[in-house]
Write a protein of this length. Structure first.
Ligand SMILES: [Zn+2]
Length: 175
């Protein structure tokens, strides 16, 4: 079975252990220098946001990174852990995306955050810098579209996110 078939199978199979095993088996390429592991989180995270004056609850992060040493204490050279939520698999199924699209989110996006936190955590220490960090991570995905043979609809989505963060305040559901 190719890894892509394995991913597509897992989109229809919510087994935590199978998804965890799959995530552990992935080659993180150069991002392995900045990521200590990839964890599957079976429960969705809820994100509270604002739309104008209205409070909205977005479904979840797709993926996120955890690195308290870098984020709270601004200590460089600590690796991050990546958390992958069920919605990552759901999006792949709903949009008919494939492994290249998944790796774009995992390696080119989360791996990019991990690299910046490893090298210079101060770069995203202020709230206003978060939008810039998101912009750079989506831009890195765009740069690697061809390498990963990303799907046309995936490219449109990631470019839209990049452009949204370029405008500083992005109301789309990020990560
Ligand atoms: Zn991000």
């Amino acid at each position: 079975m190719t890894t892509n078939e394995e991913l597509i199978d897992l989109c229809n199979n919510p087994s935590s252990s199978a998804r965890s095993q799959f995530l552990r088996s992935l080659d993180l390429e150069g991002a392995g220098k900045y990521i200590s592991g990839v964890d599957y989180i079976a429960r969705e995270s809820r994100l509270i946001g604002f739309k104008g004056l209205k409070i909205v609850v977005n479904k979840s992060y797709r993926m996120s990174i955890s690195n308290p040493a870098a984020r709270i204490f601004l200590i460089p050279r600590f690796k991050s852990r990546v958390k992958v939520y069920p919605i990552s698999f759901e999006r792949i199924r709903e949009e008919s995306w494939h492994l290249g699209d998944f790796l774009s989110m995992l390696i080119d996006h989360e791996g990019y955050h991990a690299k910046e936190l490893f090298e210079s955590p101060k770069i995203i220490s202020h709230f206003s810098d978060v939008n810039n960090a998101e912009y750079r991570a989506y831009e890195n995905q765009v740069r690697n579209f061809d390498k990963r043979n990303c799907s046309p609809t995936f490219r449109i989505w990631a470019e839209e996110m990049r452009n949204c963060y370029k405008r500083v305040s992005c109301e789309l559901n990020s990560n």
